[in-house]
Design a protein around this ligand. Sequence first.
Ligand code: UDP
Ligand code: MG
Length: 321
Amino acid sequence: MKSILISVPAYNEEPNIYPLYKSLLKVIDPLKEKYRFEILFINDGSSDNTVDTVKQLINETDIVSLIDLSRNYGKEIAMAAGFDYSDHDAVITIDADLQHPPTLIPEMINLWELGYEDVYAKRKKRHGESTFKKFTSKLFYKVLQHVSDTPVNADAGDFRLLDKKVVSALQLLRESQRYTKGLYNWVGFKKVAIEFDAAERLFGETKWSFKSLFRLAMEGITSYTTAPLKISMYFGFVASLVAFIYMIYVLIKTLAFGSDTSGFPTIIIVMLFLGGCQLISIGILGEYLGRIFTETKNRPLYFKEEVISKTVKKDDASYKN
Ligand code: UDP
Ligand code: MG
């Protein structure tokens, strides 16, 4: 019997735990004969009663497990904890807020059985999101698409079924500043998309502030490609070329017609403009340098407060409870 892990990162999702469990149960119940399911909640340092709710659920059923992380690490790391935990034949990652419809799971499993190793759900429409968020997210994908070598799937979220092969690959990628959507593409494997209508989250509010989305977007670009470094270099070339041509022009003009000392505003403008460009370039450099700094520390991605699991894990001693 094949085993499937449903991995749910949860940060302050207390009211959503039971509804999610119920609707998951509805879709996996008819498949119980063929697959062994395990639902893993990864508590990402919630400040509400998410942990207690999951523990209560664990007492009532035997297919639920819990990883309680030592603090809030962010969704990307929480998902990594789910991948690390898995020794299943497939992993399905799904949000806790029911924005990802569990009804899609049977179709995902069918496609997996057909040989696809990364079945990802693509949003058709975005309900309950501001035009500003839609616009910025579209813009981000456009930019990322343009500057990177590996393709990016716009609107493809983290609702996915991943074959064991993909999960083992992801387990090897230990960067601490993670942009998981980029990692899926980087590791490759046979991909297929299915479409769905994203619903509004059931309870609570999105954890993404504009600031954290901006940070994720920066992470996406800087972890995915070194194009910004090249762009600032190209810009440097163009600026010097223009300056050089202008210099020759001024030289000839001065030799032929003599010099007049006007042009002060032009000098100031050019100085400010180029100074700004230099600062931006240094900033970009610093961004990459900072990433190197963080990654060379080589810290573990996360620490676990507690793991409650009925399936004993093979290798990792810390997973035996
Ligand atoms: N999440 C998490 N850690 C965080 C932020 C979010 O584990 O620091 C989880 C959250 O509980 C949810 C999923 O990631 O299951 C998606 O979060 P959210 O709904 O806030 O994002 P959105 O759907 O608005 O992109
Ligand atoms: Mg959500």
